[in-house]
Write a protein that binds this ligand. Sequence first.
Ligand SMILES: [Zn+2]
Length: 302
Amino acid sequence: MLAKEAVGRIESAVGERPIAWVIMEALRDGMNRAEIIKGYIPPHRLLSDLGISDPCDIRTEAIAQHCGATIVYERLKGSAARILGFGNKAFITVDLESRRERQRFSAGHELGHWMLDRGKVASFACSEVFFATEWGKDNPEKRANRFAANLLLPQFMFEPCAKNKDMTFDTVTSLAREFETSLTATAIRLVELGSYPAMIVCNELGRRRWFMRGPDVPDRLWPKETPGAYTCAYDLIHKSARKEPATDVQADGWIDHPRSKYYSLREHSVAISTDLILSLLWWKDERQLLDFEEDESERDDE
Ligand SMILES: [Zn+2]
């Protein structure tokens, strides 16, 4: 049970909204109760409070201002964005020379720090590389990335746009243009909210840094620590190419399962920096997933 005093603080933080509802929303977004007490507002609630229902209206400056944070643009060295907070006010500085989609993600990320870590830390300086690498282990950078992705690519707008689209970087590029967002965040949302089963894997210097499964991919299917020799990612790692076309490859190049060699998946890999390769793995032919589920249910019956 929450203490009476804490409940009072939540009430003042959430205004008219029912407390149980706000707690439920925030817990669903991975927040703990201390963060709820501070007045955390989930991204989809911020958008709804501001009446935003179209991607072109997701203006980071206005949303940040609504949360007490002012965004300014300056030339930055050694970081893509910074935040300095005191009391209920914060200043977010975004690198003037970044591309617009990067500036928007940087701003969303810093706003995530402001909403999630207010009171715990007064300042953050975040480098561009965090936006691509910090999606695995839970830490403040991952939480800020998640906040930015949920704010800039909200489910209720993104899902209809991604419906029945190929799980490839061609789709990602077109959605990223529409939402003015980074390739990495858009690819993650496509895997989470797209119509077909897929996985996204980020390899750094040839080894898996993080990965995410789409909701229809069984939890027990894992990508290998390093992509196999006949994958497109392998070619990107070992050659100087930046991008390979979407290609059907044998699943055992990617998936750590004894029967993977009997199946194929469609891989689309791109190099997002000299060290980082992003790969979308799409079970366009879903037989492996169906057979896997059948095997698992037979095993459970034994
Ligand atoms: Zn950060």
